[in-house]
Design a protein around this ligand. Sequence first.
Ligand SMILES: [Mn+2]
Length: 383
Amino acid sequence: MAARFSIGERQVLACRFFLCILACSARYFPFLLTIPQLQRNLTGFCVEGSLRRGKGLSPFDNSMKVRVCFHDQCFDGACSAAVFTRFYRECVSAQAELCYRGLVHRAGQLFDEDFFDGDENVIVDFKYLASERLTWWFDHHQSAFLTDADAEHFKRDQSGKKFYGPEFRSCTKFIAHIGTTKFGFRCPDLEELIYWADIIDGAQYPDPQTAVEMRHPAMQITLVIEGTRTKGFVAGLIPELVSKPLAEIAALPHIRAAFEQFYAQHLKTVEIIRQRAELRDGVVFFDMSDQESEGFNKFVPYYLFPATVYSVALSRSRERTKIAVGSNPWNLTPKDANLASICERYGGGGHAKVAAISLPPDNLQRARDVAGQIISELRASLK
Ligand SMILES: [Mn+2]
């Protein structure tokens, strides 16, 4: 009996059959999706948190991929990514797939151009990168440009998609503002998120109790975002920030559980700072470098010692030794020091009223010397 298919046709059929099996496998045997490359190729999912519109995920969907890099472990960074997501969906493409990657300030190289693996590559609430692959950029940090060459590159940009708003207290509000004024974007249901990102990143709390006692859901989420070290955790939270009120997110069991754990630690830290802090001539200093966790609420010294004008704190984690420099927003003493400019002299940066320097983790003595110099300069500025 003559074969119904030639050998060449059989190979084609076998190939198609194999591809079909692969596609179905991805759909019905989701464990296969733990293999990152399969994940990407078959469904368009990302390894880290991603968000796409619509429920059905069809295999071989080659829609546009948007890589959103955001300031990790920061409420404003996460909210910036959330507002950008909504903006992109409404004003650019409803179908695109958004994938998130958190960026952290580190001594040395900030991040790799290889992170830009999307059709569009976005940075929000983080330093500029002079790369042709960067398509959208929003930042409000005074120290947004690492070098003059980066600043020049930004100035020459003709895309109309890169925005710098150092006058904004939060990048979240900055993105909403640009979206509204330049693209006709509206997001009334994200008002609460934008309001709180502005309060938190701009340190605009009405009093130290709001900041330290953390009764509002936004504060509770912030504590969890700043404290969680699991890679991709904040990226995974962004889809929630896009779609749910803050009270609902704070009530999610895993967020609630994490909050309670961090809050207990927070109360212990408050006690340690109370015991160690040394307040002299308006400047408080405390050294937390022997403590395991790097994070502590930067308003604790003002909550405990209202006479503080500036605070300088030393802390250490596996990644870095950090000198955090802040000013007490509830103390009305005139403050002339620009903390970002001071920190820039030592390789750090930030905002005029709150800034930081990151050094390699083993460089504790250097960190103490730098902290000492900054304390003297701040004390002198108050005399
Ligand atoms: Mn910010």
